[in-house]
Design a protein around this ligand. Sequence first.
Ligand SMILES: Cc1ncc(COP(=O)(O)O)c(C=O)c1O
Length: 311
Amino acid sequence: MAVLREVTPEALRRYPDPECIALRSAIARSEGLSVGQVFVGNGSDEVLAHIFQGLLSSSDSLITLDITYSFYPVWAALYGLQLTTEALREDFSVDVNRLSAQKDSILLANPNAPTGRALDLTDIKRLVDSNPDRLVVVDEAYYGFGAESASTLLSEAENLIVTRSFSKSHALAGLRVGYALGSASLVEGLTRVKDSFNSYPLDASAQLVAAAAIQDGKWLRESSQVVIENRVKLTGALLDLGFEVCPSSANFIFVKHPDHEGRVLFEHLRENNILVRRWEKEPITDYLRITVGTEKECAALIQCLAEKCAP
Ligand SMILES: Cc1ncc(COP(=O)(O)O)c(C=O)c1O
């Protein structure tokens, strides 16, 4: 906020740096990469859209998971790409053997959304190494809440691209900044697509604030730790009410109750002004995705669910 308050009229009168050098340098330094390995965009949604358009072609086929971020099929349809899906196991884990046996390019959210489950780095490495000719995109929008990052594999892998967001662990969704980490040639390809679409997707104030946020590693660690601690407490309280809780490395948890329909619990919470997410889609119709809130918000949620589910 201090950086935002100091944005000068002069900084806004001029066009911003189209190459976002200061921000990309700050990200590169924090990851031990070169500036040429960092691409930034207007939210990681925009970065992912450029990956679909610029790094995949209609002759490639792309595989993702059957339960994952709902925007992936939208981009595939928009850019005319074939998208197939690999079914998750009943516990929402990924069968890495089956996935690596496919020849398609791979797109994974890690941790996955809406399940919150994360793949280990060794599994991601297997997917990357099993076929150097395919692109592996790891969407780390929920990076910072406990999952291992695939960015450490970038020094050896030319076919890997990792996307990140400032919207979740940095708590800056309104700023609209996301980024990708990859080889210099993949980043150069993304840059050409971006320059053909909009040379200035990041405004001057967003570039300044995001660079300051990246440098404030202490704040990121401390605030993510609070979310992790609240997630552990919330999980315990929901288990006490009889819920099944999918292991989460994100800032939300995915839960269902064996004796109560998801729709009924969703509506009961909504009547009490508590909003959670639910999908009218098998096999997850009975699941609720609950954001890990403050201690007070979590207590209100538990009190409300106890009215229906107390043993
Ligand atoms: C898995 C996943 N990827 C990407 C995004 C996009 O994030 P943003 O565009 O805010 O960076 C989201 C947002 O909810 C998400 O859940």
